[in-house]
Design a protein around this ligand. Structure first.
Ligand code: ZN
Length: 389
């Protein structure tokens, strides 16, 4: 097959192009290599991508978007740019004060967000003994439990409001055992991940009997505690529990989600923090650590918010003007550094979701959109260089 030197349609990049494409397609779960010719690409109105996309294992499917669909939920036209997706996600997801601010804001700017629920917050403190984290003592949790029974029933209420408004709930697992809290999730084997997820789904089930309207089949992915985990051990357990995405790994710059071992991976980007001229994973705690080694300095809240919002803007611009890869913004519902990081996320949500060609969507919505695209278009998108700010 002839190499074709061709400019990428709408991506401006100085990277040498024209390397032959190898699309990995899956037939009956077994990967096979296909070599579409340059003429295939021309026929499809596509420029020739530059390297093989990372796609491995069968592509998981989610049900299509329900009607009425938003205008952007459709197949791209020839040479049309994808919308710039921004995915706001909140680990823990169990704070009334935060949902009380995020819900009206999201409604105002037509954003859908994803709450990654820590299942322990659906157990009242007196029910903590019903959870035994893999390798841990009964009733042990690094982040405590859900407070009083009243707290839990109030939580069911506001999480139901979030679901009714079109937001998504995924999992942040249960006991949040990070490195140092051994055996931490990074040491768990597949059986232990299965056990943790069994308990998470058990808690959701039990809360269902108390009125929690989260359909377990709509829990489609999650983020691991402290982004830790041995993926070879964790991914089989995710799949066994019907999860189709993970959003715990880190990419250098903003990249298109790939399918790794049959699960979509939506990475958190490592980016440049312009004010510090430092690289950091674009997540609240990591940004805090880059700012002042995560020291509690509430007096500097406004300064920190401004540094973080500027970082978000810069990274968004790089993606918008570059590969248009979905931008994952991960945060906890926290009051760290005087609430600086929550304020930054809320400010950015308010301004970015109303930008042209920009859609603030849930993980499932982005997967639904990807399912509507020609696989070769996705392969081409994945082949573009990461968006670096
Ligand atoms: Zn966490």
């Amino acid at each position: 097959m002839a190499r074709k030197q061709k400019r990428l349609g709408w991506v401006t990049t100085g990277v040498a192009l024209g390397v032959t494409l190898a699309v990995i397609v899956t037939l009956g779960g077994r990967p096979q290599e296909q070599q579409p010719t340059a003429t295939d690409n021309v026929a499809a109105g596509l420029p020739a991508p530059q390297r093989a996309p990372v796609t491995d294992g069968p592509v998981p499917q989610v049900p299509p978007a329900a009607d009425p669909k938003p205008e952007w939920m459709r197949k791209l036209g020839p040479n049309e740019k994808p919308p710039q997706f921004v995915m706001f996600s909140f680990d823990g997801a169990a704070s009334k004060a935060h949902w009380d601010r995020v819900l009206p804001l999201a409604q105002q700017v037509k954003a859908h967000v994803t709450g990654l629920l820590s299942g322990v917050y659906m157990l009242s403190d007196d029910q903590g003994g019903s959870y035994t984290g893999p390798g841990h003592d009964r009733g042990d949790s690094s982040i405590g439990f859900g407070g009083t029974r009243q707290d839990v029933s109030q939580r069911i209420g506001y999480l139901n409001d979030a679901l009714a408004a079109g937001h998504e709930i995924g999992t942040h697992y249960m006991g949040h055992f990070c490195q140092g809290d051994e055996p931490s999730v990074g040491r768990w084997n597949t059986d232990q991940w299965n056990n943790e997820l069994d308990q998470f789904f058990g808690v959701v089930d039990k809360a269902g009997k108390q009125g929690f309207k989260l359909d377990p089949t709509t829990i489609r992915g999650g983020r691991t505690p402290c982004l830790e985990g041995d993926w070879k051990a964790a991914i089989p357990a995710m799949k066994a529990h019907g999860l189709v995405y993970d959003t715990s790994q880190v990419s250098l710059g903003v990249t298109w989600p790939t399918v790794v071992d049959g699960v979509y991976e939506f990475p958190l980007p490592e980016v440049r923090v312009p004010a510090l001229n430092k690289q950091a994973v674009m997540m609240d705690y990591n940004l805090w650590f880059a700012l002042n080694r995560a020291d509690e300095e509430p007096a500097r809240a406004a300064e920190f918010t401004s540094v973080v919002v500027d970082t978000y803007r810069d990274v968004y611009r790089a993606a918008f003007n570059g590969n248009r890869a979905p931008l994952t913004i991960g945060n906890h519902f926290n009051e760290w550094a005087g609430g600086a990081f929550s304020a930054a996320v809320e400010q950015f949500m308010g301004e970015v979701c109303v930008q042209k060609e920009t859609v603030c969507a849930t993980y499932t919505e982005v997967i639904q959109w990807m399912q509507l695209q020609d696989p070769q278009v996705l392969a081409q998108l994945r082949s573009f260089p990461a968006a670096r700010n």
